[in-house]
Design a protein around this ligand. Structure first.
Ligand SMILES: Cc1ncc(COP(=O)(O)O)c(C=O)c1O
Length: 369
C-alpha cells in the first residue's frame, strides 16, 4: 500500500488511464453531487448553462497559460481520444491527392500512418523499426519530401519507452505531433507546431477526449468528405461545442490544471519528472538483473521500459510488485517485459517504492539467473 498522502491507494504505474492526483479526486468527490451551490453535479449540467460555460472557459484559459499557447493557435476538445486524431490529421490537412511525411518510431505512429494512407500518399520519413523501436532517428536521418502537406511524429512512444529530445526541422512544413504520453510534462514551444494532439487519459483527465491545439491558419483545408464533426474548422467555429462536449472530462482537466499550478506548472513538472526518471534509470544502470529497453539517448521520462531477459522472471516481478501495491508494471502485450509509467501524478515516493522493490527482487532472484 502507498503511504502518507496517498492513504489506502496503491501506486498505479499504468500507461493510461493512469493515476490522477489524489487532491483532484477529492475535490471532484466533494463537488460531485452539488457543484458549488448549483444544486447539481457537473455531470448533470447543460453544456450551454452559465455555470458550465464558466468552467469551460476557465479550463481553456488555464491550459493556454500552462502551455503558453500563442494567439495563433486554438485549443480544442475533441471526442474519440487520440486515435480519432489519427484520422482527423489527414482528413483536415492532406488535401486532394496530397502527401504527408510520417516518422514511425512506435506502434501508435505506425497506426496513424496506416490510417492516413487511406487519404493520400504517405512517405515514411524515418523509422526505428529496424532496432525494435528502441531509438529516435536524428534530424539528419529524416527524409523530408518536397510536397508533404505536413510532417507527423509521436513525441513519446508509450509502448517502447522512447521520447524525441528535439523538435524536427521541417523547412516550414506544418508539424503534427501526438503528445498523448508526455504533454504537460515539460514546456513546449507551441508556435513550432501546426497541430498538437493528446489523448487526455495520461497526464490530463479521465479518458474519452483529446486536447487538440491547432494553428488557426491550417483550418479550412479539409477534404470535401471529411466528417463535419472531425473538422478543425468546425471545432474552432463552434468552440468545441458542435455537439455536446465531454463536459465532465473537461471539468476534471480543469481540476488537474489547478493542481499543476500548485506544482510549479510545466516547469515544475519537468524538474519532478526528470528526478523520478533518473531514480529509475539509475536503478536500471546499476542493476545486474534488469536492463533498460530503450537506447540511452532516447529514453522516455514518462514510460520506463525494462526487463530481466527472462519472461518467467518478468512475470514473477510483475506479480510480486502488485503484491506490494506497485500495480500495472507489465509491459505492453506487444513488447513484453516491464514498463513503469511515471506520469505527472505519480509521486516520487511511488518511484522510490519501486526502486526499493527492484533491489529486493534482484537480491533474491539474481542467483537463479
Ligand atoms: C502515444 C499514444 N498515441 C495514441 C494513443 C491512443 O490513444 P486513445 O486510446 O486515446 O485513442 C495512445 C494510447 O495509449 C498513446 O500512448
Amino acid at each position: 500500500m502507498a503511504s502518507g498522502d496517498h492513504k489506502d491507494r496503491i501506486y498505479n504505474f499504468s500507461a493510461g488511464p493512469s493515476m490522477l492526483p489524489l487532491s483532484v479526486l477529492e475535490t471532484a468527490a466533494a463537488e460531485m453531487t452539488n457543484y458549488r451551490g448549483s444544486g447539481m453535479s457537473v455531470m448533470e449540467m447543460s453544456h450551454r448553462s452559465r455555470t458550465y460555460l464558466a468552467i469551460f472557459d476557465e479550463v481553456k484559459s488555464s491550459l493556454r497559460s500552462a502551455l503558453n499557447v500563442p494567439d495563433t493557435h486554438e485549443i480544442l476538445f475533441m471526442q474519440g481520444g487520440a486515435t480519432f486524431q489519427f484520422s482527423a490529421a489527414p482528413l483536415n490537412l492532406i488535401g486532394e491527392s496530397g502527401e504527408a511525411d510520417y516518422a514511425v518510431t512506435g506502434s501508435f505512429a505506425a497506426v496513424a500512418a496506416k490510417e492516413a494512407r487511406k487519404y493520400g500518399r504517405i512517405n515514411i520519413a524515418a523509422s526505428s523499426e529496424d532496432r525494435d523501436f528502441s531509438y529516435i532517428p536524428a534530424q539528419d536521418a529524416l527524409k523530408l519530401s518536397e510536397n508533404a502537406r505536413y510532417f507527423y511524429y509521436c513525441a513519446n512512444n508509450t509502448i517502447y519507452g522512447t521520447e524525441w529530445k528535439y523538435v524536427p526541422e521541417t523547412a516550414g512544413v506544418p508539424i503534427v505531433c501526438d503528445m498523448s504520453s508526455n504533454i504537460l510534462s515539460k514546456p513546449v514551444d507551441v508556435s513550432k507546431y501546426g497541430v498538437i494532439f493528446a489523448g487526455v487519459q495520461k497526464n490530463m483527465a479521465p479518458a474519452g477526449m483529446a486536447v487538440v491545439i491547432v494553428d488557426k491558419s491550417l483550418a479550412g483545408r479539409e477534404l470535401p468528405y471529411t466528417p463535419k464533426i472531425m473538422g478543425y474548422k468546425t471545432a474552432i467555429e463552434k468552440d468545441s461545442m458542435d455537439n455536446t462536449p465531454p463536459c465532465y472530462t473537461i471539468y476534471m482537466l480543469g481540476l488537474v490544471l489547478k493542481w499543476l499550478e500548485t506544482q510549479g506548472g510545466v516547469a515544475g513538472m519537468e524538474r519532478k519528472k526528470a528526478a523520478k526518471a533518473k531514480l529509475l534509470y539509475d536503478a536500471l544502470d546499476s542493476s545486474r538483473l534488469f536492463t533498460g529497453r530503450a537506447e540511452k539517448q532516447a529514453r522516455s521520462d514518462m514510460n520506463i521500459t525494462f526487463g530481466t531477459n527472462d519472461p518467467k522472471l518478468d512475470e514473477k516481478f510483475v506479480r510480486e510488485a502488485a503484491g506490494r501495491g506497485l500495480a500495472n508494471l507489465a509491459g505492453h502485450r506487444s513488447a513484453g517485459g516491464m514498463r513503469a509509467s511515471v506520469y505527472n501524478a505519480m509521486p516520487e515516493e511511488g518511484v522510490l517504492a519501486l526502486t526499493g522493490f527492484m533491489r529486493d527482487f534482484e537480491a533474491e532472484n539474481i542467483k537463479y539467473k
